[in-house]
Design a protein. Structure first.
Length: 425
């Protein structure tokens, strides 16, 4: 951990506190403004539309004008959008602003992660990667408590989010190390990815759907249940910190047995906890915060296990491209999640959020059982090591401990491809 890495992490952490506050604030404020559930779902999904566009456009911007100028520009637009949300309260305006926010945030991630990649060569790469993933969740979770720092119906909290995003620029802007390189934009071969690991693909898509629904619609869920701002902040924080804490034991369990079994069990448990949450909502039982903590720990683990499973079946040298593709697939799911929940809330009320989560994860588990009947298990000793993952940008994947940037894709497969049982017969 060099001083440069600590400075970069502190700067991005400060910025992400503002991003975490803004995401929750938008859901609360949209409900107060009497936006429809479908409108709110579209607005929240707009972030991921901007995110997907950003993964393709941002590298070109950075190559043209450099890291520092790009970072300053993205932060300026992101901070301006934060203020504009409070000044221009209209669903279509918010949709456009949310898309710009998504593009800017992924640009900010890319700049910082490029520097972290350059500073984390060698055996320390995996440790720095894990610290970065956990610090990202902690910063986003810390932003939830700031919901109590002002009136959600006024401009104050939007201005606070803008201030935090702006201050996060300072450590990066004054760094003295030379600017790193950004490689060519992401090229995701979805058909090859699906063919290589169908279960990993569906797992990443499902994880994106339930995570996108959580980030976008949980504040709306809280408002529809007439929870106070403090209760909504606690609900969000419990889910996020559950993800930060429980990812480790679940991930390590997946290193010691058939990873598909762990992913299926985690999916079934997520569905069960979501169903219990739905019952708590319907019957007005206590325990919502506890169920949120458990749901977060299980839900946030789905993406990391799906990626680790996909690595198990990738040829050497193909891991980075495959994981970038999985990240974009995750983004597609996250784009659809808030909209699906918005429609469900219109049909059955606030319980629509846990119902969508339960349905999605139960379907994933059933698909996993089907895939177990079609493909034999990989020996445990050949599995890669689980690493906690948070959706940031494709650049961070170059820091993943299982990716060696010096390895070129092999011209001939070096591992016998996994065959379906039907093929073996």
């Amino acid at each position: 951990m060099t001083p440069t890495i600590l400075i970069l992490l502190s700067g991005l952490g400060l910025l992400l506190v503002g991003v975490g506050l803004l995401g929750t604030l938008l859901g609360v404020r949209a409900t107060l403004a009497e936006f429809s559930n479908i409108d709110i779902g579209l607005i929240m999904g707009g972030y991921y539309a901007g995110y997907i566009a950003g993964t393709l456009l941002v590298p070109r911007v950075i190559r043209n004008v450099g890291h520092i100028r790009s970072f300053a520009a993205f932060a300026a637009v992101g901070a301006s959008a934060s203020l504009a949300f409070g000044l221009l309260v209209h669903p279509w305006v918010w949709l456009l602003l949310r898309m710009f926010s998504g593009l800017c945030v992924v640009g900010l991630y890319m700049v910082v992660e490029s520097w972290l990649n350059e500073q984390s060569a060698g055996p320390a790469r995996g440790r720095i990667f894990s610290i970065y993933m956990m610090s990202t969740l902690v910063a986003l979770g810390a932003g939830q408590s700031l919901l109590l720092a002002g009136d959600t119906s006024e401009l104050t909290l939007f201005a606070l989010a803008a201030i935090l995003i702006s201050l996060g620029v300072v450590p990066v802007a004054v760094t003295r190390i030379h600017e790193p390189r950004i490689e060519n934009e992401v090229s995701a071969k979805f058909t090859e990815l699906i063919r290589a690991t169908p279960f990993g693909f569906i797992g990443a898509l499902s994880a994106g759907l339930v995570n996108g629904a959580f980030w976008g619609m949980t504040p709306v869920f809280g408002q529809r249940l007439e929870l106070g701002d403090g209760q909504i902040a606690m609900l969000m924080s419990a889910t996020i910190f559950g993800g930060a804490i429980l990812q480790w034991p679940i991930g390590h369990l997946s290193d010691r047995m058939d990873r598909r079994t762990v992913l299926i069990l985690t999916s079934f448990c997520t569905a069960a906890v979501a169903a219990i949450t739905a019952l708590i909502v319907i019957r007005d039982y206590p325990g919502l915060i506890v169920s949120a903590f458990l749901h977060g720990g299980l839900m946030f683990s789905l993406y990391g296990i799906s990626v680790a499973y996909s690595y198990d079946h990738m040829e050497p040298g193909h891991a980075l491209e495959a994981t970038r593709g999985l990240l974009l697939i995750y983004g597609v799911g996250a784009l659809c999640g808030p909209l699906l929940v918005g429609i469900a809330m219109d049909l059955i009320g606030p319980v629509g959020l846990p119902v969508v989560s339960a349905t999605t994860t139960a379907t994933l588990a059933l698909f996993g059982l089907y895939r177990m009947s079609r493909r034999s298990a990989l020996p445990v000793e050949e599995q890669t090591e689980y690493v906690p993952l948070v959706r940031t940008s494709p650049v961070v994947l170059e820091m993943h401990p299982d990716v060696d940037p010096t390895v070129e894709p092999a011209s001939e497969p070096t591992r016998e491809p996994e065959l379906d049982l039907a093929d073996r017969e």
